[in-house]
Design a protein around this ligand. Structure first.
Ligand code: ZN
Length: 325
């Protein structure tokens, strides 16, 4: 897959300073974007392209280009039963690599990395974790390797409260049905995730310790400093050893480009990249953060651990950079 330079109308990308955009190979057809609600709520819908809602019906894509499709959220959770159904495959993306293409030409700027694999993690859920998406990138060629995605069912909430919470968060993307169909408790998510890590030789339960030549990449410290330990307490499980260190991409961004980025959207704006999918749908955010990561790698950034949790009972976090966000 190639990153493609697209010269386009400045109208749709008016928030960007320039209209020369670094795009992943799939170009976005806004006319193909689903509306936020569908009569058939069984259909997983990853909705609009963020920032593009000024004029969602305009198609800026040359007809020869492949249309951007929302990812099938049953598929990302290994639960799609419609893999033989042509119209379903036509409508939804079943290959995450399509949004994470790499241009061979940019690889010459890659510098040697200490870590072979980076796991982009972007949790969703304010009260309890509702979504656990991970996108795995190989640092040697920047390629997408695999993903792990689960919707997470809260442990301490009543059914009624869960219903309201999910309607409020995922209802607006039109994916609350798929959440209800697929969500499992956090404890089960971690069990399946540990199997996934083992399949990729990234971690072994019997050995414990940190990931093997790999690290989590998050946008901020909240996910692993705050949310996962909180959820482990609520779910009454021990904080797993692979969650003790991570890379806060915003710290790397600040120290590499010497530009402050408050969040994913700011980093994408700074790098003049458009966003794909729905902002705050975890799997779409994880993919967009992975695209920022690819961009930074191709600019020659070195990915290194930025935060480490101490082994003491208080579990204080120590940071690599003085200059942090
Ligand atoms: Zn599917």
């Amino acid at each position: 897959m190639a990153f493609t330079r697209l010269h386009c109308s400045t109208v749709l990308f008016s928030h960007l300073r320039t209209c020369s955009l670094l795009l992943g190979s799939p170009l976005v057809s806004f006319s193909s974007l689903p509306l936020s609600r569908f009569a058939n709520r069984r259909t997983p819908v990853s909705t609009s392209v963020a920032n593009m809602d000024q004029n969602p019906t305009v198609d800026i894509v040359p007809p020869t280009r492949r249309k951007w499709k929302p990812v099938c959220l049953y598929y990302t959770q290994e639960k799609c039963t419609l893999m033989e159904d042509g119209s379903h495959l036509e409508k939804f993306n079943h290959n995450l690599e399509l949004d994470l293409g790499v241009d061979e030409l940019v690889l010459n700027k890659l510098r040697p990395q200490e870590l072979d694999y980076l796991l982009v993690l972007d949790l969703e859920g304010k009260v309890e974790i509702l979504e656990f998406p991970v996108v795995m990138i190989d640092t040697r060629n920047m390629k997408f390797v695999d993903s792990f995605h689960r919707f997470v069912r809260p442990t301490m909430m009543s059914e009624q409260r869960i219903g309201e919470y999910i309607e409020g968060k995922y209802g607006k993307f039109g994916v609350d049905r798929v959440w209800h169909d697929t969500a499992i408790p956090f404890k089960d998510v971690l069990q399946q995730f540990e199997q996934w890590l083992a399949n990729h030789n990234l971690w072994e339960k019997v050995k414990g310790g940190p990931l093997n030549k790999a690290a989590f990449v998050t946008c901020g410290n909240w996910d692993l400093k705050t949310k996962v330990p909180d959820q482990c307490r609520v779910s009454k499980i021990k904080l797993p050893s692979y969650f003790m260190e991570w890379i806060n991409l915003k710290d790397i961004f600040l120290n590499f480009y010497n530009r402050r980025a408050t969040g994913m959207m700011t980093m994408m704006r700074e790098l003049q990249m458009p966003t794909f999918g729905s902002h705050h749908l975890g799997i779409d955010d994880a993919k967009n953060i992975a695209r920022v990561l690819q961009h930074m790698l191709s600019d020659g950034a070195l990915m290194q651990i930025t935060a480490r949790r101490g082994s003491s009972a208080s579990g204080d976090v120590k940071y690599t950079f003085k200059n942090r966000i």
